[in-house]
Design a protein around this ligand. Structure first.
Ligand code: AOF
Ligand code: ZN
Length: 342
């Protein structure tokens, strides 16, 4: 396919939609982040909008309702998600788009919500539908996509290790591998998630406070109690053999995630040691890894590793990922990578 000037133009406005959509970050979940740009028939931007808060107007409605003389007639509407065609908390956006007589709609991605069938409705009404920056649109709403298609929270696992992948010495000393700046960044990161998850091993070994509004502790044999700092604050969900099915003698981690989802937890930040991290990785339950690497080398193979899976004999059996962000954090580096599904 030839890359035309018109496609370049579509991508420019789609990027504008992404930027608008991000303004809703943290306020729209479990709904998607959506932004909208409207051009008149001469190609001039006449309105912009975005989805501001869960339950409020969708991006398309927000943008179109700002136009008093229907300057959108014969124009183009850009939106990073297929316009909705169902009655949810708000009426269908496609109806408004058809009523306002847009000539063309450019969409980032098809909606994964089975209730939505906006494209065919637009086309039936004679509106031309095109796509732009599909991958970028799917990346922006990766949490929404996982929530909607799998009915599971999006899971990010954080580790902080030495250059040789160690998170503690064999004696259990881990304070501190990464710099103050990285640790401060972790406090900020936690706020972007609905829940932090950790294991009884970590609670017992490090006695962390892990301040957060909602915390999940995986504690199969109820080994932790109120004397640990983690209990001092926030709502706590303890997954133990009392309330969670076992799988191969361990807590069924997917069942825990399902339960969290039922409780309105759409994203989980996991901070734990190598055992839980290794199991979650092996079971394909991690969507992304945030890995801090400090410029330190422990140089002791008996030190504790980020991931303690089973024996793997072939490099071809590694779990692969795509790095989408790489930056310096204090004296460390931070790698953000999406994992390929096992
Ligand atoms: C949004 N914002 O800008 C768009 C959405 O219950 P409702 O009416 O808010 O509908 C939610 C669904 O609408 C959502 O899951 C998604 O499939 C679709 N589009 N949602 O919250 C928007 N365009
Ligand atoms: Zn809508």
């Amino acid at each position: 396919m030839r890359y035309t000037k018109a496609m370049k133009q579509d991508e420019k406005y789609m990027r504008m939609c992404f930027a608008l959509a991000k303004k809703g970050k943290g306020r729209v979940a479990p709904n998607p982040m959506v932004g909208c740009v409207v051009l008149d028939k001469y190609g001039k931007v006449v309105s912009k909008g975005y989805h501001k808060k869960y339950g409020e107007n969708h991006a398309e409605r927000d943008a179109l309702l700002k136009l008093k003389n229907n300057e959108a007639e014969g124009g183009t509407l850009y939106v990073n998600l297929e316009p909705c065609s169902h009655y949810g908390k708000t009426p269908p956006c496609v109806d408004l788009i058809i009523e306002r007589k847009l000539a063309r709609v450019v969409i980032g991605m098809k909606d994964v919500n089975p209730l939505v069938d906006g494209i065919s409705k637009l086309e039936k009404a004679g509106i031309k539908v095109d796509f732009a920056l599909k991958e970028g649109a799917e990346f922006l709403n990766r949490v929404f996509i996982k929530n909607m298609t799998r009915k599971l929270p999006y899971v990010v696992l954080k580790t902080a290790c030495t250059m040789d992948g160690k998170i503690a010495t064999s004696a259990g000393d881990s304070k501190w591998i990464t710099s103050d700046e990285s640790r401060a960044l972790v406090y900020k990161m936690r706020k972007e998630f609905d829940c932090i998850m950790t294991s009884s091993n970590t609670v017992i070994a490090d006695n962390p406070s892990m301040k957060h509004r909602f915390k999940c502790i995986l504690d199969k044999d109820s080994r932790t109690d109120k004397s640990f700092k983690i209990y001092q604050q926030g709502e706590i969900y303890i997954a133990s053999r009392e309330n969670t099915p076992l799988k191969d003698g361990r807590l069924d981690l997917e069942a825990v995630l399902k339960e969290l989802f039922k409780r309105g937890i759409y994203s989980v930040f996991v901070e734990c040691g190598g055992t839980l991290a290794g199991s979650m990785l092996k079971e394909g339950l991690i969507d992304e890894i945030y890995q801090f690497i400090a410029p330190k080398i422990l140089n002791d193979n008996s030190g504790k590793s980020c991931f303690n899976g089973d024996n793997v004999y072939k490099i071809a059996d590694c779990i692969g990922g795509d790095i989408y962000e790489l930056k310096k954090s204090g004296t460390d580096i931070l790698i953000k990578a999406r994992l390929q599904k096992v």
